[in-house]
Design a protein around this ligand. Structure first.
Ligand SMILES: *[C@@H]1O[C@H](CO)[C@@H](O)[C@H](O)[C@H]1NC(C)=O
Ligand SMILES: *[C@@H]1O[C@H](CO)[C@@H](O)[C@H](O)[C@H]1NC(C)=O
Ligand SMILES: *[C@@H]1O[C@H](CO)[C@@H](O)[C@H](O)[C@H]1NC(C)=O
Ligand SMILES: *[C@@H]1O[C@H](CO)[C@@H](O)[C@H](O)[C@H]1NC(C)=O
Length: 528
């Protein structure tokens, strides 16, 4: 790899990725990427501070309460922050922390918990974190970490966890129940499940099958997904590819017609194109469904605020009626459209993705803290108002803010969410335009300025107040898995796990930002 030092940053003349695996490139060319060493190091330092606070005050519990130096077992008490930090520690080359986590993994008792288990959260955080660590250690880091019982335990623990979770799929339709209880594992016996919690299992469960040669995991997750790929009745698909939210566990039929790219539905759409990246041979139908959803979004959902028609957001829907509301969670969609544009060579998707990135970034730049709110609303320029919107007009106190900013906050918390930095990361990897690195660095510095508190980092109550209006005293495990990882990767050197613009991807990030090795990528198979 050839590098030139240019004014403090290192310009990579990217001949290829990492090490010995240079492969012939496809027709499209990769942008040149810039490494900002001091920024990457500052993010590593924030990781170390967050980890030290967690390790001292909360480990082996799930999450740190950084103000009170306490802990929370919000994810069943299996050490969620340690498992969620694993792939980030590996990518940052933080071997001390990797060593601590490697020691810990075999000790987790996945057979026991006293609280309700979410199939979805457990899959994306714990299963995703374990599979990713396995794929990194057996793949690009092969030989860096001593092959030992500690390494073998990673996959064994993943399989043990999935074996406990699989009772969730024992429903008449095969659509899983998201809520379980353990010791022994049993369903909570709900009646419906949502499309995000049904449709954000396939990557992790398919990967587990591919690694263990046991097809059962993939079969279970794909059976549940099959009802979303072929939605019934017509009520469940108000626009081609864009679905309702809830599905009946008895019949697999949709029971409502409202949806969006936000919480509860978001990562169902995200995984359609990511499954195609994982294995284009097996998941062509998933790609076709993503294309339908993307085309319908372009045709029906794109919206510009009355006061700022330069900004682009995606509306939600209730049937075919639009609602002009969105949220921080939905800001992943910019990155997902960019990924689809790259994989399918469709600039229209990339262009919409970049416009959505700008829109979400505008929710950051408008506030007192420079951080975006949890939820927001606007009036649609085309239909002349809040047609169909629940909150059709800005409250009096936010009229001036709306006139200047193009949105108003309906929930002003910031809880250490990653989606805006995540989409900036995809924008940078697709274009190589350093403005996205600058914006991600700005966002990181603002998060650091507002949320660094006590023994770690905490969510805040009100982004529209200087200083954030008070701490929530909670350091989410996804702070380790996602915000710190994407903030680091956008400034760091190229590597096999980085998103590629030229069809040479070797990994796909699950919705918790854990990189999973592609089934048939250049390094898709174990080198064992
Ligand atoms: C691997 O094992 C060797 C010999 O036991 C030891 O010297 C080395 O430090 C170990 N490396 C790591 C990364 O643990
Ligand atoms: C759900 O129903 C099954 C079968 O009737 C039962 O065995 C199980 O205990 C129920 N789960 C809960 C949490 O009550
Ligand atoms: C799965 O099958 C492949 C090919 O037959 C083999 O190389 C690999 O060791 C098997 N893995 C496991 C975990 O059994
Ligand atoms: C993060 O905040 C700490 C404490 O306020 C400060 O010392 C440090 O310089 C900040 N880091 C960055 C990158 O802004």
């Amino acid at each position: 790899m050839l590098a030139l030092d240019v004014g403090g940053s290192v310009l990579l003349l990217a001949l290829a990725a990492h090490g010995a695996v240079a492969a012939p490139h496809s027709n499209s060319r990769a942008p040149q990427y810039v490494v900002n060493r001091h920024r990457a190091d500052a993010v590593k330092e924030a990781f170390q501070i967050s980890w030290d606070g967690y390790y001292k005050h909360a480990f082996p519990h799930d999450s740190l309460r950084p103000i009170s130096n306490g802990y929370s077992d919000d994810r069943n008490g299996w050490g969620a922050s340690a498992v969620d930090a694993f792939s980030t520690a590996l990518i940052m080359g933080n071997w001390d922390v990797v060593d601590q986590i490697l020691d810990f993994i075999p000790c987790i008792d996945f057979d026991k918990t006293t609280t309700e288990v979410s199939l979805f959260e457990t899959t994306i955080r714990y299963l995703g974190g374990l599979l990713s660590a396995h794929d990194l250690i057996k793949g690009p880091y092969y030989g860096h970490v001593n092959q030992s019982a500690r390494v073998d335990a990673i996959l064994e623990q993943a399989q043990r966890l999935a074996d406990n979770l699989k009772v969730a799929f024992d429903t008449p339709s095969g659509v899983p129940d998201n809520s379980l209880f353990f010791n022994p594992p049993r369903k909570a016996n709900g009646t419906t499940n949502g499309i995000a919690t049904i449709g954000t299992l396939v990557l992790e469960w398919t990967r587990l099958s591919d690694l263990t040669n046991n097809t059962e995991y993939a079969r279970l997750a794909q059976r549940g997904e099959s009802y979303l790929l072929d939605p019934k009745p017509a009520l469940g698909e108000p626009f081609p590819g864009l679905l309702g939210t809830n599905v009946d566990l008895e019949t697999g039929r949709f029971v409502d017609d409202q949806g969006g790219w936000g919480g509860g539905t978001d990562s169902f759409y995200e995984y359609l194109i990511k499954m195609y990246l994982y294995d284009p041979e097996r998941f062509g139908v998933y790609r076709d469904r993503w294309v339908l959803a993307a085309d319908s979004s372009i045709q029906h959902l794109v919206s510009h605020p009355t006061t700022r028609d330069d900004l682009t957001f995606l509306a939600e829907w209730r049937g075919r009626k639009l609602r002009f509301v969105s949220e921080h969670l939905a800001c992943f969609s910019g990155g997902n459209f960019i990924l689809g544009g790259l994989l399918l060579h469709q600039p229209a998707y990339t262009d919409l993705g970049l416009a959505l990135v700008d829109g979400c970034l505008a929710t950051y730049s408008a506030t007192a803290t420079g951080l975006g709110p949890e939820m927001f609303a606007w009036q649609d320029a085309r239909s002349g108002g809040g047609a169909g919107g629940d909150k059709a007009r800005p409250p009096l106190a936010q009229r001036a803010f709306y006139a200047a900013s193009g949105f108003w906050s309906t929930n002003a918390q910031y809880v250490l969410r990653p989606e805006v930095v995540e989409s900036l990361y995809y924008a940078y990897r697709a274009t190589g335009d350093v403005k996205y690195q600058e914006w991600a660095w700005d966002a990181f510095r603002r998060i650091n300025a507002t949320c660094r508190a006590g023994s770690g980092y905490s969510g805040v109550r009100d982004v529209n107040v200087d200083g954030g209006g008070g701490f929530l005293d909670f350091q989410e495990s996804f702070w380790f898995a996602e915000v710190l990882k994407y903030s680091y990767l956008i400034q760091a050197e190229d590597a096999p796990w980085q998103v590629k613009a030229d069809q040479t991807n070797e990994f796909v990030f699950n919705t918790e930002a854990h990189p999973i090795r592609l089934a048939r990528g250049r390094e898709g198979r174990d080198r064992r």
